[in-house]
Design a binder for this molecule. Structure first.
Ligand code: BGC
Length: 428
């Protein structure tokens, strides 16, 4: 009889000890190089025109918008870092399609609400989608991710369009990875870091890091002595092997083929990948007849439920469909055994992802000045099925410290890092 592990491997979901970390890191590095040169690459490697050397003015307050995954937040960011007058609404276009005017109307109304409390001239805007950055910190949306339905906005300069509807003003738009990097840099105190990586693992995933201007060959003419933050858009990395479950899930998304790496590790997708695993396993005969029938009837699975079930945890006030489907003990045990590798792979891929960016900074040679990794996002910090953070650290200790003598530190989490970072970008 085939084991569940054999079944997963046969379908392309590896046991974590067999993941070839070195060749994945190498593939990441070569995609980064190509992207920086402007050659075809799955990594956009977007120059952001944001450096890390500015001094944040104490006492300043900036009006800030934060368009993340499914949430749209607004508030006032004050220094020392805190968020005042905050509001959290659903992201326009997350639940149902919106047209261009309603999209900007939702943004404009929040700016009007918070602007009177600001002292900084610029509005800060954390915009967590792939967008080309301009030297004056506007953002041209390349495409939506995370299932946002607002087609008319694609290709627009989001800042310019918003300011038009506000009747003027100034704005600084940064990606959430860039904002997270800036926020941690601004709150590091007396620590000495040789470089920085900003990392998000929430609904989606992505990395930003600090690069020498001379390496950004697709943008000649920059100050050769300077450095700037690069937004890699690493969720679209396409050199990591995908399983049959990933392909089946991807085919059902609104954006098949796009962001393959993100679809293997981030919060919007772990549940849906898990659903494909459980459905295929049911067909293969791994569950009782009753459970198999119930799995076949399940049309969607949220990551939160998949995670809680795999962790054997109950969330107060929330019914988990998997608890009912796998009500028999043997079924539940089997289902957990099949589910765990989805999370284990996500953690190892996360570590590979981070290792590649730390190496790319070219820093971290001394333990006295490690490369800071500023991590944010619900999937990174709230996953319960495995000890996510510990697994990532263990992997990084091996890949970076032991084997390459490169030192890193995952910095303490900064509260509201994306908003705070966007506020800082507006103040600098
Ligand atoms: C977006 C990135 C963002 C990441 C994390 C991805 O889907 O393309 O711009 O940084 O999610 O929020």
């Amino acid at each position: 009889m085939k084991t569940p592990e054999d079944f997963l491997v046969e379908n392309g979901l590896p046991e974590v000890r067999d993941i070839d970390r070195d060749s994945l890191v190498a593939a990441f590095m070569s995609e980064m190089e190509r992207g920086l040169k402007g050659e075809p690459s799955s990594l956009m490697m977007i120059p952001t025109f944001v450096g890390v050397d500015g001094k944040v003015p104490a006492g300043s307050k900036a009006a800030v918008l934060d368009a993340g995954g499914t949430n749209f937040r607004s508030g006032i960011v004050a220094i020392p870092p805190r968020v005042e007058n905050r509001m959290n609404r659903p992201m326009p276009g997350a639940r149902s399609p919106v047209d261009v005017e309603s999209f900007y109307a939702a943004l404009a109304s929040e700016v009007k609400r918070v602007l009177p409390g600001a002292t900084a001239k610029k509005i800060g805007f954390c915009f967590s989608y792939p967008a080309e950055a301009t030297p004056d910190l506007d953002a041209k949306l390349v495409r939506w991710t995370k299932g946002i339905q607002a087609d008319g906005v694609v290709g627009q300069y989001v800042g310019k369009e918003l300011l038009k509807r506000l009747g003027g003003g100034e704005i600084a738009i940064v990606n959430d990875t860039v904002a997270t990097l800036l926020a941690a840099k601004a709150t590091e105190g007396e620590k000495t870091y040789s470089s920085y990586v900003g990392f998000i693992l929430g609904t989606g995933t992505n990395c930003a890091y600090v690069e020498r201007n001379t390496a950004i060959e697709k943008l000649p003419g920059l100050d050769p002595n300077g450095k700037m933050i690069i937004n890699a858009e690493s969720g679209s990395f396409d050199k990591a092997p995908r399983s049959k479950f990933d392909l089946a899930m991807d085919a059902k998304t609104a954006t098949p083929g796009s962001n393959p790496f993100e679809k293997m590790i981030s919060g919007a997708y772990l549940g849906p990948v898990g659903l494909e695993v459980l459905k295929a396993a049911a067909k293969e005969g791994f569950f009782s007849k009753a459970a198999a029938e119930r799995v076949a009837g399940l049309s969607s699975l949220e990551t939160m439920d998949f995670d809680n079930f795999t962790a054997g945890a109950v969330k107060e006030g929330r019914q988990n469909p998997l608890d009912e489907i796998f009500s028999a003990r043997a079924d539940a045990k089997m289902a957990r055994r099949l589910s765990l590798p989805v999370f284990e792979r996500a953690a190892v891929f996360t570590a590979v992802h981070l290792a590649a960016f730390v190496i790319k900074t070219g820093e971290g040679a001394s333990a006295a000045a490690p490369v800071a990794i500023n991590a944010d996002g619900s999937t990174y910090y709230k996953t319960r099925a495995i000890q996510f953070d510990e697994t990532v650290r263990r992997e990084l200790d091996d890949m970076l410290v032991k084997r390459r003598n490169i030192h890193y530190e995952i910095t303490p989490q900064v509260d509201d890092a994306p908003m705070v970072g966007a506020g800082i970008a507006a103040m600098l």
